[in-house]
Design a binder for this molecule. Structure first.
Ligand code: FAD
Length: 589
């Protein structure tokens, strides 16, 4: 292990120059100061703010974080006082001269050069500008910075103050149903706006497996959000003052004149009136500076770095949204724009610059979470689409357990999906629910990082008392179910295979008669699971040589039934996730 306390006061201090003063950049600056008291550390930030909580912006928009100052964790003065940092806001780095180790800086009308011994690039990401006509209209906003949220709050306050009783309430179109888009929808709804959410993909939160997304869609709709899936916004045009339909329904008296700023035309021909448009369709690495300086970039346009954040230049490190990381499951080199990796990478870059032993950059799981009104959605590792694209063999299990013991009041059902390699290694997990999802996904993220398998999950010893969990925690249950599937104790079928199951197998519904009456797969035989042992003959007679595809509401009773059938020599398999998952995959069943 190399330990370097930094240069002694007798030596010229090292000058560390950092481009970007928020997540990754400020982590690097603070860690570098803690490791080297004598270094000259200059942070250059093009904006007016440093070290601000960009993840908190949607919650200031909603009004939950009431004080704007809460988002401003530090300013140049506080950073000079606490960490002896030279933080320069309004200073944009416009070029890097690698030969002479200098950056060129633009500040107002001034341009100057600053030499560096070590340069850290943490310029973040830039918002993708989709091909929508009229994106420069003043009603169109993004949600990335403090000035963005200031502008949005001002616009909302003006709208609420000026809109008359007889006029339709203010409305917004949010383009993009990713993490930040969903947070924006929630915030605008909380402020009383009618929100239309437009998403090109066929489900909200595209990184989520398709069978979990309908839960979020239902929650959005229940909160009055007008959801438009599988369509793109094509144009934003100034609205003429005229009677309007909002989201397809006429609001107010029908004689109302819309003062809406714009009309947003969608690819399906629909037109939405809106006072505010927020476009959030993703980001790309802010790597233009690195590209111009001749640093190596990957095919995604992100800056190539090694295990201790070195770029292809030995004097330049790069961190955060702008760099490539290794996706833990697929090994793909991609940018993953999340705050946790950016902060850890900033710390690692400082360790490397200051000659400390670095913990080499771990591959990134992309663990992420979002609140959508009363629901939480979270994901870690690879989702099913990613595994399929990468050609990685896997088994998927779905469970719908309570977040704590069912007999203790207030148990909320959660929906978990996890993918396992044929050898049992956990590859990815996702969850949606009203309580306890964050805890499970964090456990599962830790499990993936530790290379755990279904057997390990089954044996995890987690804290339990009835108000907190179950003796068999949902995480253990994922392990049990996966063990059963992988050992062929419980062969399973997936909701996506319904057509094939209908064509080639006997479908057996083992729910109660009343559940069956409320909805079932056409052509299914209904034998409630408690009657199955007595009515086995009916199953074998009807099935003939065909396999029996069993299902119940969530997969538990059908598991019992599958075991009964298998032990009687009947080829049977259980529907993963049961009717709940089936309905999510086939909403028109
Ligand atoms: P940033 O923190 O974006 O900092 C880059 C800075 O560099 C910017 O301030 C920029 O102005 C400056 N800069 C760029 N070029 C130059 C230049 N040439 N000269 C000088 N300065 C320059 N992640 C999560 O994990 N969880 C969340 O809940 C979450 N919520 C988010 C909500 C919002 C609204 C946003 C916008 C992001 C959210 N993120 C979240 C993502 C997270 O904030 C980023 O992944 C993280 O900030 C990236 O850190 P970074 O240092 O790479 O870039």
């Amino acid at each position: 292990m190399t330990v370097n306390a930094g240069p002694s006061p007798m030596q010229d201090p090292m000058r560390i120059v950092i481009v970007g003063g928020v997540a990754g950049g400020m982590s690097a600056a603070a860690r570098a100061r803690r490791l080297d008291e004598h270094a000259e550390i200059v942070v250059l930030e093009q904006g007016d703010y440093v070290s601000f909580a960009n993840c908190g912006l949607p919650y200031h928009l909603s009004g939950e974080i009431t004080q704007r100052d809460e988002l401003l964790l530090h300013n140049p003065e506080s950073l000079a006082a606490s960490l002896n940092l030279d933080v320069r806001t309004g200073h944009r780095v416009t070029g890097i001269d690698r030969l002479s180790q200098k950056v060129t800086i633009q500040s107002g009308d001034d341009t100057y050069a600053l030499p560096y011994d070590a340069l850290v690039l943490s310029p973040g990401a830039v918002a993708v500008r989709p091909p929508i006509e009229g994106l420069d209209h003043p009603a169109v906003h993004t949600l990335r910075t403090i000035p963005d949220v200031d502008a949005l709050r001002k616009r909302i306050e003006d709208l609420l103050a000026t809109r008359g009783q007889s006029q339709p309430g203010p409305s917004a179109v949010v383009v993009g149903a990713g993490f930040i888009g969903l947070e924006a929808v929630e915030a605008l709804t909380a402020r009383g706006l009618q929100v239309h959410l437009v998403e090109l993909a066929d489900h909200v939160l595209p990184p989520l497996d398709a069978e979990l997304a309908p839960l979020l869609a239902a929650e959005l709709t229940a909160h009055g959000v007008d959801l438009r899936l599988s369509v793109s916004a094509q144009a934003v045009r100034q609205a003429a003052a005229m009677p309007v339909t909002l989201g397809g329904a006429v609001r107010g008296s029908g004689k109302a004149t819309s003062p809406a700023a714009v009309r947003v035309t969608l690819s399906d021909g629909a037109t939405l009136a809106a006072d505010i448009v927020i476009v959030n369709v993703g980001v790309r690495p802010a790597s233009a500076l690195a590209l111009e300086a001749g640093l190596d970039l990957g095919p995604t346009g992100a800056i190539r770095v090694d295990g201790d954040q070195h770029t292809s230049d030995p004097h330049i490190w790069a961190v955060g949204d702008a760099v490539e990381v290794t996706q833990a499951i697929t090994g793909a080199r991609i940018p993953v724009p999340l705050a946790g990796p950016a902060n850890r990478q900033g710390r690692r870059a400082a360790d490397s610059i200051c000659g400390r032993r670095t913990t080499p950059q771990a591959s990134v799981l992309g663990t992420a979470i979002v609140r959508v009104f009363g629901l939480t959605a979270a994901t870690t590792g690879a989702n099913q689409a990613t595994l399929a694209r990468a050609g990685i063999a896997h088994e998927v299990v779905h469970i719908h357990p309570g977040h704590h013991a069912g007999y203790y009041p207030g148990s909320e059902q959660m929906h978990l999906v996890a993918s396992f390699a044929p050898d049992g290694t956990l590859l990815g997990a996702q969850g949606v629910g009203r309580a306890g999802v964050d805890k499970r996904i964090d456990i599962l993220a830790t499990a993936i990082r530790a290379g755990m398998s279904a057997d390990d999950l089954a044996e995890l010893e987690l804290a339990y008392a009835p108000p907190y969990g179950s003796a068999k925690d949902p995480v253990n249950m994922l392990g049990f179910v996966a063990q059963n599937v992988l050992s062929a104790t419980m062969p399973q079928w997936q909701a996506q295979d319904l057509d094939k199951a209908l064509a080639t197998t006997l479908i057996l519904d083992v729910r109660s008669r009343s559940e069956f009456a409320q909805g079932h797969i056409d052509g299914a035989l209904n034998i409630p699971h408690l009657e199955l042992r007595q009515r086995l003959g009916e199953v074998t007679a009807l099935a003939g040589k065909r396999q029996v595809s069993v299902y119940c509401a969530s997969g538990v009773r059908s598991y019992l039934a599958t075991r009964v059938l298998l032990s009687e020599g009947v080829q049977a398999r259980n529907l993963s996730g049961g009717w709940l998952t089936l309905q999510a995959v086939h909403p028109n069943l």
